[in-house]
Design a protein around this ligand. Structure first.
Ligand code: NAP
Length: 504
C-alpha cells in the first residue's frame, strides 16, 4: 500500500467485530479496505483471554455470526480455543487474511475536513494511512486492568491478569490468590483448584450465579446441521428467543426477576450445604444489575479442601501477599487478578479527532454517547462497533454486533456508491435518541443501585442498551439518510468521483 493510496475503509482491530465488518464489506463488493491490528494474530478478546477454563457463557450457536454458521461446534458453550479457531476459519474462508496488517498499533485517527479523509497514525511507523471511512472495532474489553490496590507494585511473588495468562507458570503446589469473582473468575477458579496447592478467593461482591448445562454435540447433530442449514438456523433462532425472553427478568426489575433470583438461590442451596458460606455467597442486589454468572462448577470448587473464600475487604498488597481489613496478611506465591478491563465508558480507546479539531474523548468526558451506538455527530464517516449503549445483558453480543456491522457497511456502501464526501449524523437526531435512551435506562435493573463496570463513577450508563435484542437490531435494520447530513462529492488523489444526483 503506497503512501498516496487512499483506502475506502480502514478497520481498526481484527477481533470479532473487525473481521465481521471485513466479511460484510467483501460481500457488498467493497474491496479497498485494510484491517489494522496491534497483535500478531486475529481474535481480539478471544486471542487474549486464554486463562484455564476460558469459555463463552452464551451458546456457541448464538455466539457466532449468522452469515458464517458453524455446524461443527463441539458443545453448547465452547471454550476460547474453539472460538478462536472459528475466527481463524472465517479469516481463511472469506479471504480476509491478506487484508490484515499485524503489528500496527493505531495511535489516533484524525479527520481532515478539507480533503474529506481520515488519517490513521501508528506507533513506531512514519507512514500514515488515509481512508475515506473508518470502522473503530477495537473492542471494549481490550485493555486488561489491574486494580488500584495500595502496594500492588510491591508484591514479590508472581502476578497474573486473567486476560494476560502466563502459561509458563507452574501452579503445582503453589499458594494462589484470586482477586475478583466476576465472569472470568468463576471460570478460572474451578480449574485453578485442580492445579494449585491452595487457592484463596477474595470476593468483594457475590454475584447471581445460574447453572450452566453444557452438552457435547454428537456427530449426528453436526451432520444434520451440515446437510440441513435450516436446522441450524432454527436452533439459533430457538436460542435467540430463549435468551430474549430472559430480558423481561434481567433488563427490568419485574416479577420475572424474582424467578431468576429464585433459580439462582436454588442453585446455591443445592450446591452449598454450609449456611454461613451460603450467606457469604448471597447477593444483595437485584439479579441482572451486574452481569449474571453462569457456572455449575464454581460453588463446588469453592468448597474443595484446598480452597477458601475470603470476604474481608482487601486493605493492601504487601511484598508477600494480601492484607485484609482486619489486619491479617495472607501469604501467596502468586496473585491472579480477575478484576476486569479498563472499559472506555468516558473516553475513547485511541484519540479520535473529528471536524474542526474536536476530540471525542473530551466530548465523552461525562460519559460516552452516539447515535444508535454506531455514529457520532462531528465525526463524519466514522463508525463504531460495540459503541456506547450497545451491550445486551441477556442475549448474544454477536447478534448486536452483526446488526451494527450490517448498518455501518450499508452506510459505507452508500458513501462509496453515491460518491458522497461524507455522512454525518445530525446532532439533533443524536440528542433526541440519547434523551430517550437515558430516560429508558433509568427504569432498568442496571441503574438500580449496584456498582458495576456498566456505569461511570457518576452513575452514567454508557454501555447497555435498555431493551430487547429485537428492538436494538430493528433500529439498525436500514440507514435512514434523513438522520444524516449528507455532503455530496469527494476528490481523492488522481480521481474525481461523480457528484450524485440525489442524496436523500
Ligand atoms: P468483571 O466482571 O468486571 O469482574 C471483576 C471482578 O473483580 C469483580 O468481582 C470485582 O468486584 C472484582 N474487583 C475489581 N476490582 C477489585 C478490587 N480493587 N478489590 C477486590 N475486587 C475487585 O471482570 P471479568 O470477570 O473479567 O468480566 C468482564 C466482562 O468480560 C464481563 O462482564 C463479560 O462481559 C466479559 N466476559 C464474558 C465471559 C463470557 O463467558 N461471555 C467470560 C468472561 C468475561 P465487584 O463486583 O465488587 O466490583
Amino acid at each position: 500500500m503506497s503512501e498516496s493510496q487512499v483506502l475506502d475503509v480502514a478497520i481498526i482491530g481484527a477481533g470479532f467485530a473487525g473481521i465481521g465488518a471485513a466479511i460484510r464489506l467483501r460481500q457488498k463488493g467493497i474491496g479497498n479496505f485494510a484491517i489494522f491490528e496491534r497483535g500478531e494474530r486475529p481474535g481480539g478478546t478471544w486471542r487474549d483471554n486464554t486463562y484455564p477454563g476460558a469459555a463463552c457463557d452464551i451458546p456457541s450457536r448464538l455466539y457466532s455470526y449468522s452469515f458464517a454458521p458453524n455446524p461443527d461446534w463441539s458443545q453448547t458453550y465452547s471454550g476460547s480455543a474453539e472460538i478462536l479457531g472459528y475466527i481463524d476459519s472465517m479469516v481463511e474462508e472469506f479471504g480476509i487474511g491478506p487484508r490484515i496488517r499485524y503489528g500496527h498499533t493505531v495511535t489516533g485517527v484524525e479527520y481532515d475536513e478539507a480533503g474529506g479523509l481520515w488519517t490513521v497514525a501508528f506507533t513506531g511507523r512514519r507512514r500514515k494511512v488515509r481512508a475515506r471511512t473508518v470502522v473503530l472495532a477495537s473492542g471494549p474489553l481490550a485493555n486488561a486492568s489491574l486494580p488500584a490496590i495500595p502496594g500492588i507494585e510491591t508484591f514479590e511473588g508472581h502476578k497474573i491478569h486473567s486476560a494476560r495468562w502466563d502459561h509458563d507458570y507452574d501452579f503445582a503446589g503453589k499458594r494462589v490468590a484470586v482477586v475478583g469473582t466476576g465472569a472470568s473468575a468463576v471460570q478460572i477458579i474451578p480449574e485453578l483448584v485442580r492445579q494449585a496447592g491452595s487457592v484463596k478467593v477474595f470476593q468483594r461482591t457475590p454475584g447471581w450465579v445460574l447453572p450452566r448445562v453444557n452438552r457435547r454435540t454428537n456427530t449426528l447433530t453436526k451432520r444434520v446441521y451440515r446437510q440441513l442449514p435450516i436446522a441450524e438456523s432454527l436452533a439459533r433462532e430457538a436460542w435467540f428467543w430463549g435468551h430474549e425472553s430472559v430480558a423481561l427478568g434481567v433488563v427490568w426489575n419485574t416479577p420475572l426477576t424474582r424467578v431468576v433470583e429464585s433459580v439462582s438461590l436454588l442453585h446455591l442451596r443445592s450446591q452449598v450445604r454450609d449456611p454461613w458460606l451460603r450467606r457469604q455467597l448471597t447477593p444483595d442486589f437485584r439479579a441482572g444489575c451486574k452481569r449474571l454468572l453462569m457456572s455449575s462448577d464454581y460453588y463446588p470448587a469453592l468448597q474443595r479442601d484446598n480452597c477458601t473464600l475470603v470476604t474481608w475487604p482487601i486493605a493492601s498488597i504487601s511484598p508477600h501477599g494480601i492484607r485484609t481489613a482486619e489486619g491479617i496478611e495472607h501469604r501467596f506465591d502468586c496473585i491472579v487478578f480477575a478484576t476486569g478491563f479498563d472499559v472506555s465508558k468516558a473516553g475513547t480507546p485511541i484519540p479520535v479527532t473529528g471536524r474542526e479539531g474536536r476530540v471525542l474523548a473530551d466530548e465523552w468526558r461525562g460519559g460516552a454517547y452516539a447515535f444508535k451506538s454506531v455514529t457520532v455527530a462531528g465525526y463524519p464517516n466514522l463508525f463504531l462497533t460495540f459503541g456506547p449503549n450497545s451491550g445486551p445483558g441477556h442475549n448474544s453480543a454477536l447478534v448486536y454486533m452483526e446488526a451494527q456491522i450490517d448498518y455501518l457497511t450499508d452506510a459505507i456502501g452508500l458513501i462509496l456508491d453515491r460518491g458522497l464526501r461524507s455522512l454525518e449524523v445530525r446532532r439533533e437526531r443524536q440528542d433526541r435518541y440519547n434523551v430517550r435512551l437515558q430516560k429508558r435506562l433509568t427504569a432498568t435493573t442496571w441503574n438500580s443501585g449496584c456498582h458495576s463496570w456498566y456505569l461511570t463513577d457518576e452513575g452514567f450508563n454508557a454501555t447497555m442498551y435498555p431493551g430487547f435484542g429485537t428492538q436494538y437490531t430493528r433500529q439498525l435494520a436500514a440507514v435512514d439518510l434523513d438522520d444524516f447530513v449528507v455532503t455530496p462529492g469527494i476528490r481523492t488523489p488522481g480521481e474525481q468521483r461523480p457528484v450524485p444526483a440525489g442524496t436523500g
